[in-house]
Design a protein around this ligand. Structure first.
Ligand SMILES: *Cc1c(COP(=O)(O)O)cnc(C)c1O
Length: 377
């Protein structure tokens, strides 16, 4: 090995969690005070976090719940979705979107993706039936659904909208943030999401006072006070301990988004001339927050192996679209029903893009992709 090579980073890991919380003495101090307070469920620290979160997104209410999955589930429940109802969502999404719908006894009805992996709004009308009760657009990878078109349609049809914004915190389109368009927005604080706490966690955003009130009841067994159960709900509070962690991290949220956007721009510039790689459209009126940095790649599976063998933890999100998963076979969908989702599953590759990557690491990924295709460096 030449000295030059020895100085290169050894590889590029996907998970950055050890770095994320490497320097948090101040947080430990806050947690000591919190433990001493004994205020472990709901309470003051949770309210502080919720106000902070609502401000960040630009909505009237934020309601902490125990996961992004429950943020979707409780939203749908509050909007009256139940047994036998249909809920329209993306043919390709993380399983949680569909799990939340199914937990309520409702049936997911899939619609294909658009050119940026989100719900193809032009195909929603055709999926509506007499049983349709809601639409859950997933802002997949940090791209945003065409929300202004979707809201025109759903207003006309009288259908409520729950935005699955779990991958899109601070993503925006036409100057409006994810989670501010629909009746509610669902966010995840899972350790692998752009804004993460130390365990599971989620947040629901809404501008509706009535929904906010119902959601606060739903997350806490429907208890209005200690002795009165107004409706049957769930045990789905955001742990107050995690709210303390969340409040510590929230001031970094905008910088996290900014760094991911900068990293994505470096990748774009380093890959754009490759004929074997296609970068999805970058729209001027949209802020993509790159929960996942994904490009279409020729010989995708070989490229993945090549990168992994060099210690670069590229990934596939997802090799089998949700509509074709065995657990959903009873719905009767067949491969080919959603050609764009199929194409995405076969051609997209995800490159590490998080805020803790060094410019050397990004340069290494770009160089290695170029080497694979035999392109000039
Ligand atoms: C992560 C995720 C969820 C669920 O979030 P959890 O907090 O893990 O329950 C829902 N939808 C999408 C698209 C996600 O990526």
């Amino acid at each position: 090995m030449s000295t030059d090579e020895e100085q290169l980073p050894k590889g590029v890991r996907y998970s950055y969690l050890p770095q994320q919380f490497a320097d948090c003495e101040e947080l430990w101090d806050q947690l000591k005070d919190f433990v001493a307070s004994g205020d472990f469920t709901l309470g003051r620290e949770l309210s502080i976090f919720e106000d902070f979160f609502a401000n960040l997104i630009g909505v009237k209410h934020a309601i902490g719940v125990n996961s992004g999955t429950d943020a979707i589930k409780l939203s749908l429940k509050a909007l009256g979705v139940g047994h036998g109802d249909e809920v329209i969502t993306n043919a390709n999404t993380f399983v949680a979107t569909v799990g939340a719908i199914a937990e309520l006894g409702a049936t997911p009805v899939f619609v294909d993706c658009d050119e940026t992996f989100c719900l193809d709004v032009t195909q929603v009308r055709a999926a509506v039936t007499g049983k349709t009760k809601a639409v859950v657009p997933v802002h997949f990878s940090g791209y945003m659904t065409d929300m202004s078109a979707l809201m025109v349609l759903t207003n006309e049809l009288g259908l409520p909208v729950v935005e699955d914004a779990c991958q899109a915190i601070l993503g925006s389109r036409e100057g409006r943030n994810a989670g501010t368009w629909g009746d509610t927005g669902a966010f995840s604080l899972h350790p692998l999401k752009n804004l993460n706490v130390w365990s599971d966690g989620g947040v629901i955003t809404t501008n509706s006072d009535i929904l906010a009130c119902n959601l606060r009841l739903l997350r806490n067994h429907g208890l209005v006070d200690r002795d009165t159960v107004e409706l049957l709900g769930y045990n789905s509070r955001l742990d107050t301990f995690q709210a303390v962690v969340g409040s510590w991290l929230l001031p970094q949220a905008k910088d996290i988004a900014k760094l991911r956007i900068e990293n994505a721009a470096i990748y774009d510039a380093g890959l754009i001339d490759l004929t074997q790689v296609r970068i999805p459209p970058r729209r001027p009126n949209e802020q993509v927050v790159y929960h996942l940095y994904m490009v279409f790649a020729e010989r995708r599976d070989e490229l993945l192996k090549f990168l992994n063998a060099r210690g670069i933890e590229a990934k596939i999100h997802y090799p089998v679209p949700i509509y074709l998963q065995p657990a959903l076979a009873h719905l009767g969908y067949r491969k080919g029903d959603f050609p764009v989702a199929d194409h995405d599953a076969a051609n997209l590759i995800t490159l590490p893009c998080d805020q803790h990557l060094s410019s050397e690491q990004i340069a290494l990924v770009i160089r290695t992709v170029r080497e694979f295709y035999g392109a000039s460096q």
